[in-house]
Ligand binder design. Structure first.
Ligand SMILES: Nc1ncnc2c1ncn2[C@@H]1O[C@H](COP(=O)(O)OP(=O)(O)O)[C@@H](O)[C@H]1O
Ligand SMILES: [Mg+2]
Length: 390
């Protein structure tokens, strides 16, 4: 394990991650009821403080801050609102929930300025207060985090070009977004992936460092496990372990993908040919699934079969389509024609990607992306057209 990553994981493991809710109120009965109701609560820990916020405000300015502060303003509205403003300006960034009688205009304005998450009437019941805390905690969790748009590339057969097309797809999406740094390629061939080699990068993902605690993979740790291509594209790939059994289970894979999804705008997944326990789970979280095949009769048939099986499982959502790679026009003799492949695939067909043996193998051998070798090549033009249709 990379020494920097090991150190970071150890410090993260030492952290106490239980969410804390602090409740400040002059009412002893309210605090006692809340404590009793939350005795069995595992989602968060409650700390009660009897008094007015203005008296105890200094406790929140230093040291560990609660994720949620519930302040009962009963006797002390104006002073409490000004305490909240002071807390905010001194960097308190937990969610704030207020309990009070009707507020006047000045108090309301102060509340808005301090980004108060919720307001409850003075007579609110214990249950309503707990629900407001849960809402605030959930909102915190998702705040500012939108999911990445996710394309999954699955092979219908070996060597059809899934990895090459996944790389090219990431390039197309990132160029369109004009921001390469927010697109992440993920090599899910954890045992024998070669995506990093295709881009001449060092694989930096280390499953062992988060085994048993995949929830620890936060933004900073993830960034340490990414390799970056010269274009800015991010790559999550693990070192190959050709003689070992797979080292990642479904929980680990899905947690890693959810961390990637929270951080990036686009993610492109290169899935292993062999179906894993977690493959369907990963596909379920994608926005679009591309089954990649090549221009031969058996490969096209397998693509039909596989796409049928995926559609049968998901009922069309996420949508699934087949890309026929290594397409070449044959002018003479028998063999497969475009029309034959289209007939087998019917409405599952997303499109054909031209064969260009020299260009694609040059890209692989040089650790380059085909578009950076030849800006107007057929492979990327065909693929871009297919991606645009979705
Ligand atoms: N459009 C294409 N034209 C010509 N050769 C291709 C094309 N796409 C992929 N290849 C070749 O097919 C082989 C397998 O590609 P790869 O991307 O590793 O496929 P997979 O991930 O399905 O195993 C490589 O030798 C690559 O050069
Ligand atoms: Mg591959």
């Amino acid at each position: 394990m990379n020494a920097g990553i090991r150190q970071y994981v150890q410090s993260a493991l030492g952290r106490d991650d239980a969410k804390t809710v602090s409740v400040v109120s002059p009412r002893r009965d309210l605090l006692a009821n809340l404590k009793a109701a939350l005795r069995e609560e595992k989602r968060f820990r409650i700390v009660t403080i009897q008094g007015n916020l203005s008296q105890v405000q200094s406790q929140f300015a230093t040291g560990a801050q609660p994720q949620v502060l519930v302040a009962d303003l009963r006797d002390d509205i104006a002073a409490s609102i000004s305490s909240i403003q002071t807390l905010r300006t001194s960097g308190f960034n937990g969610a704030i929930i207020l309990i009070s009688d009707t507020l006047d205009e000045a108090a309301l304005r102060g509340m808005l300025r301090s980004h108060v998450a919720d307001w409850l009437p003075a007579e609110a019941e214990t249950r309503e207060i707990i629900e407001a805390c849960e809402r605030a905690l959930n909102a915190r969790h998702t705040e500012g985090q939108s999911r990445a748009h996710c394309l999954a590339f699955v092979s219908a057969a070996g060597g059809v070009g899934t990895t090459s097309l996944a790389i090219q797809a990431a390039y197309v999406l990132a160029s369109r977004a004009r921001d390469f740094s927010r697109t992440c390629l993920v090599d899910l061939n954890l045992q024998s992936g070669c995506l990093a080699d295709y881009l001449d990068l060092e694989p930096r993902f280390d499953a062992d460092s988060i085994r048993g605690e995949p929830g620890r993979l936060d933004g900073r740790l993830l960034e340490m496990m990414l390799a970056r291509h010269a274009t800015g594209l991010a790559l999550l790939a693990a070192e190959r372990t050709p003689t070992e059994a797979p080292r990642a289970d479904g929980r680990l894979v899905t947690s890693v993908l959810s961390a990637v999804s929270d951080t990036f705008q686009y993610m492109v997944l290169d899935l292993p040919l062999a179906w894993q326990d977690w493959t369907f789970n990963v596909l379920a979280g994608s926005d679009r699934i591309y089954v990649v095949t090549e221009f031969t009769v058996p490969a096209v048939r397998r693509a039909r079969e596989l796409s049928d099986a995926i559609v049968a499982r998901f009922g069309g959502q996420p949508s699934t389509a087949v890309i026929v790679n290594k397409f070449r026009q044959r002018w003479f003799g028998g063999g497969l024609r475009r029309h034959d492949a289209s007939e087998v695939l019917g409405n599952r067909l997303a499109g054909f990607v031209s064969e260009d043996v020299e260009l694609v193998s040059e890209a692989i051998n040089r650790g380059e992306i085909v578009s950076t070798i030849d800006r107007s090549n057929h492979v990327s033009r065909d693929l871009a057209r297919i991606l645009l249709k979705a």
